[in-house]
Design a protein around this ligand. Structure first.
Ligand code: PLP
Length: 291
């Protein structure tokens, strides 16, 4: 079942207009969330980011946070899902051809939830291959990567390059050749025992997983550097990993044919365990709250 506007409808009846400006112009925003054991992890942070994205494109979300939460849980329940990947998409809505947002009186609101499928184990055991691509991350004063928008062509072009090179994920530089982020992930590396990751003002999405990892690292006494890094910093790193809501902490074994390690590094492993602990604790707290 799909939640479309104000109701749950079967998948084959979940249809939207060809005049939807999400389809015509990529005019809209979205969030991807993950539920563990029936609990949506860090729901508030995802909703805050959803509302921030909406604000940044002058879109009024037609529901409150509480209403969205309820609708998400209803959708998961209708699909009998406990471990799920949820996507909330909101487009400008249907309207005549033309860019003016006022042409669209009503945003289109969609929730999709699918069973979470584990990534292949070997990705975590051996690390994935990533490629530093020629496509630059959107210049933040043109289309700020902090807007989680439906307009994903920048990322798709990078993904195509990565695929052509046999890599699972691309890493984009910003327009000044500083490491930015992946197509659907943030990037981290370890150098001289410090955990390094591009600063948000390089022009990246401030991933919710990224923030949790930074907090976990600080709690473990690991030095964290959010800054500006060059691709050589990645090539020379002792450990590299990427992060997002569904992958959590995914080790990188190879960048542009340069081997980083045949196994995930010590800090990568420790941070993934710390992340899993935070998930377990969050679920426990939510369940206590529900009781
Ligand atoms: N960067 C980009 C471009 C993304 O699309 C995503 C997630 O989809 C991320 C980073 C990671 O964000 P999060 O950890 O909130 O899933």
């Amino acid at each position: 079942m799909i939640y479309l506007n104000d109701e749950l409808v079967p998948k084959n009846k979940a249809l939207i207009s060809v005049f939807d400006h999400g389809f015509l112009y990529g005019d809209g925003i979205y969030e991807t969330l993950r539920a563990y054991n029936g609990v949506v992890f860090r729901f508030d942070e995802h909703l805050e980011r959803l509302f921030r994205s909406a604000f940044m494109i002058s879109l009024t979300i037609p529901k409150t946070s509480e209403e969205i939460k309820q609708a998400v849980y209803e959708t998961m329940k209708a699909n009998r899902q406990e471990d799920a990947v949820i996507r909330i998409s909101i487009s400008r809505g249907a309207g005549p051809i033309g860019l003016d947002p006022d042409l669209c009186p009503k945003p289109t609101f969609v929730i999709m939830s699918g069973e979470f499928k584990e990534y292949p184990k070997q990705y975590y055991q051996k690390g994935i291959k990533i490629a530093i691509v020629n496509t630059r991350r959107n210049f933040k004063d043109a289309l700020n990567p902090q807007i989680k928008s439906l307009n994903f062509l920048n990322n798709i072009l990078a993904k195509i390059e990565a695929k052509d090179r046999g890599a699972y994920e691309a890493v984009m530089m910003n327009y000044r050749e500083y490491v930015a982020e992946g197509t659907i992930s943030n990037i981290f590396f370890v150098k001289d025992k410090a955990l390094c990751t591009p600063a948000v003002d390089v022009g990246i999405l401030d991933g919710i997983t990224r923030r949790i990892i930074i907090d976990a690292a600080k709690e473990a006494g690991i030095d964290v550097k959010e800054g500006r890094f060059r691709k050589e910093d990645l090539y020379n790193a002792q450990e590299v990993f990427i992060s997002n809501t569904t992958m959590e902490v995914m080790p990188v074994g190879e960048i542009d044919d340069i081997k980083i390690g045949t196994k995930p590094g010590r800090i990568t492993k420790a941070l993934h365990s710390a992340y899993k602990k935070k998930v377990a604790e969050y679920i426990r707290q939510c369940r206590l709250h529900i009781k």
